[in-house]
Design a protein around this ligand. Structure first.
Ligand code: HPA
Ligand code: ZN
Length: 333
């Protein structure tokens, strides 16, 4: 597939959303978790979503099979192997600890498993040039107190966590609810990103910038409803981690050909392309690039720019950014 392997950074992927149906069944068997489906095919047939919540319901239900450090390790290693096949040279990976803590899985099992998975994925498949970092996401449909407790629990592991994010059901859960938690995270030296303007209004994007002081906006597609906000995003070159296949599968656009990614780019915004929850939405990072090329007619040079944006918008240091940008530059189909 064209564009599949252009070198890039993936900045918006939920590790729990990379669990393929086969792995859901394998872990259910190993951990003695009962599933309400009798086969992989039946599970896959449920992946018809009408909106974000309809997806989140099945996403949280499936992640109940993740119980041990080994589970988190295998999940992460598998993601890195597949995404590396699709050109991902660096990944900043979201994880949802609150969802696991609620089932009695403890923070050390989660973070140790994820970091071991990064090491294993790189040494056994992805390749030694690949790097990855972890971003701890707070569930915005839970309380600010719960988020603060989670951050406290994560403090012993901050050497392996690069930043915090905000995800889950957006509408009715504005960024402002988490101002204090993000202040504390910044005090601890963490970087900050947040989902905003996926289903929620452009105002949530403003709040994420002004109150949470995020360095990137995850999704951000609804910003186009607000021309003044678009001007600001252009002026400040705020990176948007757009997830084209996700937006179609969750009903923001009726078809990929209707996606506003070309408009975001024409407005001069700093757009990146990412997979979000590839096991659910039909494609990893490279497949999102390919699909956009096919259905939105972006040129190879436009997509090279998007790949370069992903490197610039990452939390990598200057040296590694330069090396990766050179790889993007040198890439030919
Ligand atoms: N939006 C919000 N929360 C999420 C998503 C998403 O696309 N994927 C996993 N958690
Ligand atoms: Zn997301």
């Amino acid at each position: 597939m064209v564009m599949l392997d252009i070198p890039k950074a993936e900045l918006h992927v939920h590790i729990e959303g990379t669990m393929e149906p086969e792995m859901v069944f394998e872990l259910a068997r190993r951990n003695d978790v009962e599933l309400p489906y009798s086969s992989v095919a039946e599970l896959r047939s449920r992946y018809e979503f009408s909106d974000l919540q309809s997806f989140l319901d099945i996403y949280y239900a499936n992640m109940a099979v993740l119980r041990t450090r080994r589970d988190f390790r295998e999940l992460t290693a598998a993601y890195l192997r597949e995404s590396a096949r699709q050109g991902v040279r660096h990944a900043e990976i979201f994880f949802d600890p609150q969802a696991h803590l609620a089932r009695g899985v403890e923070m050390p099992a989660i973070v140790d498993g994820l970091s071991e998975g990064i090491t294993e994925g790189i040494t056994e498949g992805a390749g030694s040039g690949v790097t990855a970092e972890l971003i701890l996401c707070f569930l915005r449909d839970q309380s600010a107190e719960s988020a603060m407790d989670t951050l406290r629990l994560a403090e012993p592991f901050l050497d392996r966590i690069i930043g915090v994010g905000l995800d889950s059901a957006e509408v009715g859960h504005p960024p402002s609810k988490f101002t204090e938690v993000f202040d504390r995270a910044r005090e601890l030296g963490l970087r900050a990103v947040a989902h905003a303007g996926e289903e929620g209004p452009a105002e949530y994007v403003r709040e994420a910038l002004d109150l949470l002081r995020v360095e990137r906006v995850d999704h951000g597609i609804r910003a186009l409803d607000d021309p003044e906000l678009v001007d600001r995003l252009r002026r400040e070159q705020v990176p948007l981690t757009v997830c084209p296949l996700s937006n179609v599968r969750l009903g923001s656009f009726s078809h990929l050909s209707q996606h506003t990614l070309p408009r975001l780019m024409a407005e001069g915004l700093m757009v990146t392309i990412n997979s979000d929850d590839p096991a659910y939405f039909g494609g990893y990072a490279g497949e999102n690039f390919s699909a956009v090329r096919e259905h939105l007619g972006l040129t190879r040079e436009q997509l090279r720019q998007v790949a370069a944006n992903s490197v610039q918008a990452s939390f990598l240091d200057r040296e590694r950014k330069s090396a990766l940008l050179a790889e993007v530059d040198a890439w030919t189909e």
